[in-house]
Design a protein around this ligand. Structure first.
Ligand SMILES: C[S@@+](CC[C@H](N)C(=O)[O-])C[C@H]1O[C@@H](n2cnc3c(N)ncnc32)[C@H](O)[C@@H]1O
Length: 224
């Protein structure tokens, strides 16, 4: 069964909301300008036949911002739980004069429930919080019910890209995907682990991991 309710006591984010600088507080007050309402996704005038990309937990937003800049004919939507990340992305949107990128603020699990089915060309989950201890498995973003939810939101033939520098998280993810059997794992050769696309840019979290000898792994799934 896809997710239709979430246990609010099970959080998937790590750490806690950090205080904002005065500049960030001001940027946050402008969120309305950059935010998207689920209703717009139900409006065919919004998409106008353009490709739609969705990033879950964008952190400070470097990947989604660069991709939106590089591909002005696509539409990008990012969701992030923490206000700090939201303000960092708003700042990038302003600096780069980007108009094809919109934001959701909140818990992606909750937001996904209201999103129409078969709408995204691609969903990205780059470096979700790994929650490496077994007793924290429930806090991992990737769960069987979430795989079903993500599957229902992606168009047929669309892709889901997941990365992690935690080998256990990758093994956990693959085992759940094999059980669900609703996506094809696109893995043609050893290079498939290295990046999801040719024009992929690393994120801040990813680069921190590389400096600390944590190798990133990329999984690409296609909706059957
Ligand atoms: C380890 S960080 C990686 C950030 C970014 N993807 C990157 O590669 O730099 C995980 C991010 O996911 C966000 N996150 C975790 N669970 C979330 C949820 N349920 N809804 C929205 N954001 C979430 C966290 O706030 C955090 O910014």
């Amino acid at each position: 069964m896809p997710l239709n309710n979430i246990d609010k006591n099970i959080i998937t984010v790590r750490g806690r909301e950090r205080s904002l600088t005065s500049k960030q507080k001001e940027l946050f007050t402008n969120l309305k300008e950059y935010e998207i309402n689920v209703l717009s996704l139900k409006d065919s005038n919004f998409l106008k036949g353009k490709k739609l990309f969705f990033e879950i937990g964008f952190g400070s937003g470097e990947i989604i911002c660069k991709q939106a800049k590089l591909n002005p004919n696509n539409i990008y939507i990012g969701v992030e739980y923490y206000k700090k990340g939201i303000t960092q992305l708003i700042e990038k949107i302003i600096e780069n004069k980007i108009s094809n990128l919109k934001i959701f603020h909140g818990d992606a699990r909750r937001i996904l429930m209201d999103i129409p089915s078969n709408i995204f060309d691609e969903i990205w989950l780059f470096f979700p919080d790994p929650w490496p201890k077994n007793r924290h498995e429930k806090r991992r973003f990737v769960q069987s019910s979430m795989i079903q939810t993500l599957n229902s939101k992606i168009k047929k033939g669309g892709r889901l890209l997941i990365s992690s520098d935690d080998k256990n998280y990758i093994a956990w993810t693959l085992s759940l995907f094999f059980m669900e059997n609703s996506f094809d794992w696109i893995a043609d050769g050893p290079n498939d682990w290295q990046a999801p696309t040719n024009d992929y840019f690393g994120s801040r979290y990813e680069n921190k991991g590389i400096k600390n000898d944590r190798e990133p792994y990329f999984l690409k799934f296609k909706k059957l």
